[in-house]
Design a protein around this ligand. Sequence first.
Ligand SMILES: [Zn+2]
Ligand SMILES: [Zn+2]
Length: 266
Amino acid sequence: MPPNYEICAIRYGHLERTAGHNFIGGDEHDGPMPLDYYVWTIRGPGVCCVLDTGFDAAMGAARGRELVQTVEAGLESVDIRAEQVGDVIVSHMHYDHAGNHELFPGARYHLQTEEMSFCTGSAMCHAIMRAPYEARDVQAMVGRLFAGRVVYHDGTAELEPGITLHRVGGHTRGLQVVRVHTQRGWVVLASDAAHFYANWQERRPFPIVDNVAAYLDAFTTIEALASSPQHVIPGHDPQVLVRYPAARAGLANAVRVDLDPNTGGS
Ligand SMILES: [Zn+2]
Ligand SMILES: [Zn+2]
């Protein structure tokens, strides 16, 4: 049996918006449906890795997103010093997942070959496709590549026993999700394969998408990887903070998703 890992979901950003922005074709009710922005930490015996690196204050301001706390502060709140992180997994290269370039000076970066092909290839000739990407994030990754700090993966890969990466595509061509063994079974950190529970459970895609059919097919993969639907963690849903217990007593912006969801909550 692989070891059990602790997983924290750390909220660092927020955006007020209505539901019509969160589904292809809009939403007939169009009530409030804000987005939260997260990074995730995965810790076990001799292992401390981070999934996604978020955006910084300047990028949040430039894009009109609220920075609830810096990613660095969010990590410190669960006793992780960024400079000690050895492995960073990048689910995909969108600006809200690939910023804060100087935060992890000692880390190797793990991403799918296909994602770098996508965000440096002909798809970026289209303004709507490159809009969620930042050239400086891509440039920073190329810099790391030439510093020998990037590990490319093609499809499924094992990072550590009980931590595997799985390319699902759909939202972006090289999007990967992470499957982690925990005390409650196999948890899947879906990142932007499912912004919200509703994108996944109602099969209503988020409007930023490379390939709609591949986006929908990703849910079959994710459901097969997770021990149950309760083991799938969406990438931007404020409900994650509501459903899971605080990572530390009194912490409002970090929860443990390797633990069972709260009972009696919403
Ligand atoms: Zn994205
Ligand atoms: Zn995102």
